[in-house]
Structures are given as C-alpha cells and as structure tokens.
Design a protein. Structure first.
Length: 316
C-alpha cells in the first residue's frame, strides 16, 4: 500500500468525491482548505472555457490562502469521463495538462496514453471501478490508484460488498486504493483503512454541506431519508446508479416492486440526461447517518474528532 507524495500530509485520509451538478469550485476550495482532497467533474462546467476558469480560480484562491494562513492546502482533482460519448475529453485534458492539475479521476475507461500524459507533468491518476475485471484493466493501464466503488455508494455505484472487492483488488494491486460506499463518519474512514484502503472516498456526506451546489431541497432530502430509501437502477442513465426514492416519486416515477426496483425497462424516456440528474437526486446508503447541513470546515472538524476517537477506542 502506498500514497503519492502529495497525499501523505492530508489532515484526514479523505477525498471528497466529484459529484455531477453538486461539486463546484466553492466546495473544492473549502475541502482543500480543510485538509482533505476536493474534486469536481469537468462537465459540471458547461464549456471547456468555463472549466478552465474554475481550475484557475481554485489554484489562485488556494495559493492566496496558503500565503495568508501559512498552511498547506490539500491537493485538488478533476474527474474526466473517458468515453466516446464525451466530446470534450481531449480539450478538457489539455486544460488539466496546461495547469498541471494534481489529481485526475477517470471514469468509464482507463486509457494508458491518458495516464502517461498526466504522469508526465507529475500528476496522479485514480480510476473508479466497480468490479474485479475493470480493476485489472485499469491496473494494466498504469493508474496510480483505484477507487473501489462498492454497494451502497451514491452515483454510479457497484453491487459488491467492500470486503469482497477490496480483498480482490489487494491480491494484485499494491498502489493507492480508495474505498467508496456509505462512508459518512470518521469511524467509517478508519474502518476503510483497517479493511486495506489507503483513502476514504466520501460523496453523499458532502452533498449536505453549505458549500455544495445542490439545491436546498436536495440537501434537505439527504438529511431526511434512510438507506432503505435508496433505489439502485440503470433507468435514469443506462448505467446503474443510486437515487433517493422520494426524488423519483417527486418526478412522477412511482412504479416499484417489493425490492424497491423499478418495474420498467432499462432506461427512462428522458432526452436530456443532465435534466434528469438535476431533478432526480442521487445519494448513497450513508444518508442514514446524515442529519444536518454544516459548513465544510465544521464537517471536517467533526470527521477528524470521530476518526481520532475511533482510533483511541481501538488503541490504533
């Protein structure tokens, strides 16, 4: 197990996951100031020009903060969709290279040439996977880290239990391993490390923060639902993902079977997927432990206190 040099001095072994329409420049800046890795999807900006503006703003504000505070901000990262359906990939990658973005998180495809391009300027590439086959392919592409997106995660999640997937990956991969899936407390972060992960990957917990770009109603819903309200379905985008039942019902989708699955085909009749995600809200099983909407700074304080107490309790 290992961590890239830039990730060895984090306040907590935590990465705030890039969330579609939720992670904006303000959330990234505040998470990095708080000492955990902040990330966002390039496609959260509608144009490559707008994406570059965010990258410049994040770098500028963090540099100014470091100078005035005397502290070191955590590195930030950008999520790139590596799939032919993303016409902006090469343009957005060029911006990342130009500004030497410290971390690139790739989804829907691990490409050796992209990995080497990022590594050539000193950047790091983490790739998200939901099964052993994809993990092996990403490792062959030379990625610096794998993100095991397990059952219970928000967004495009997998089905596998984290004990199974982490164990399988560790049989052949000794680089950085991140774990995603229902992690919302400091205790969970320590559990991820005990299981064999280097970093915990938190998404849903950061939806319900003051600085996230989620609508107020979205944040409120996250604080009110439980894990039993999360529906795992490919119906919204064609790829299995986790959504809150209440948001589906609010959108007029109420046809579920006894297991909470939708009783229709593989994809909704929705022309614009972005519009669907804007009105149908994703979250993971970690919602069960989220009941407030704090600032990022106070949330990270809480996570650290919980993490340290768990270590003390277990004499780590």
């Amino acid at each position: 197990m290992s961590l890239p040099a830039a990730f060895t001095k984090l306040r907590l072994p935590v990465v705030a996951a890039p969330m579609f329409l939720v992670s904006g420049e303000r959330l990234v800046i505040e998470t990095c100031k708080a000492g955990v890795v902040g990330t966002f999807p390039a496609l959260n900006q509608r144009t490559t020009a707008g994406f570059e503006e965010w990258v410049v703003k994040i770098k500028t504000e963090l540099a100014e903060w470091e100078k005035s505070s005397g502290k070191t901000a955590a590195p930030f990262g950008v999520n790139l969709i590596v799939h032919r359906s993303n016409p902006r990939l090469q343009e957005d990658l060029a911006i990342c290279v130009k500004h030497k973005v410290p971390l690139i998180i790739t989804s829907l495809g691990a490409v050796k040439e992209l990995v080497q391009t990022v590594q050539s300027y000193g950047g790091v590439v983490f790739h998200d996977v939901t099964n052993l086959k994809h993990a092996q392919k990403a490792a062959e592409a030379g990625v610096d880290g794998l993100i095991a997106v397990c059952g219970g995660a928000g967004g495009h999640a997998g089905r596998l239990n984290p004990f199974a997937l982490v164990g399988q990956i560790r049989q052949f991969f000794d680089k950085t391993l991140l774990l995603a899936g229902a992690i919302s407390r400091g205790d969970d972060v320590l559990a991820a490390q005990a299981m064999g992960a280097d970093l915990a990957y938190l998404g849903t917990r950061f939806i319900a923060t003051q600085e996230s770009s989620a609508q107020a109603e979205y944040k409120q819903m996250v604080t009110e639902v439980t894990a039993e309200d999360i529906i795992y379905t490919p119906a919204v985008s064609g790829i299995p993902a986790s959504f809150m039942r209440q948001s589906l019902e609010k959108a007029g989708i109420k046809d579920f079977n006894d297991h909470g699955e939708m009783n229709f085909g593989d994809k909704l009749t929705i022309d614009d997927e972005a519009k669907a995600w804007k009105n149908i809200w994703s979250a993971g099983h970690g919602v069960s432990n989220i009941r407030d909407v704090p600032t990022v700074a106070s949330l990270v304080d809480r996570l650290e206190a919980e993490y340290r107490e768990a270590r003390r309790r277990l004499a780590f």
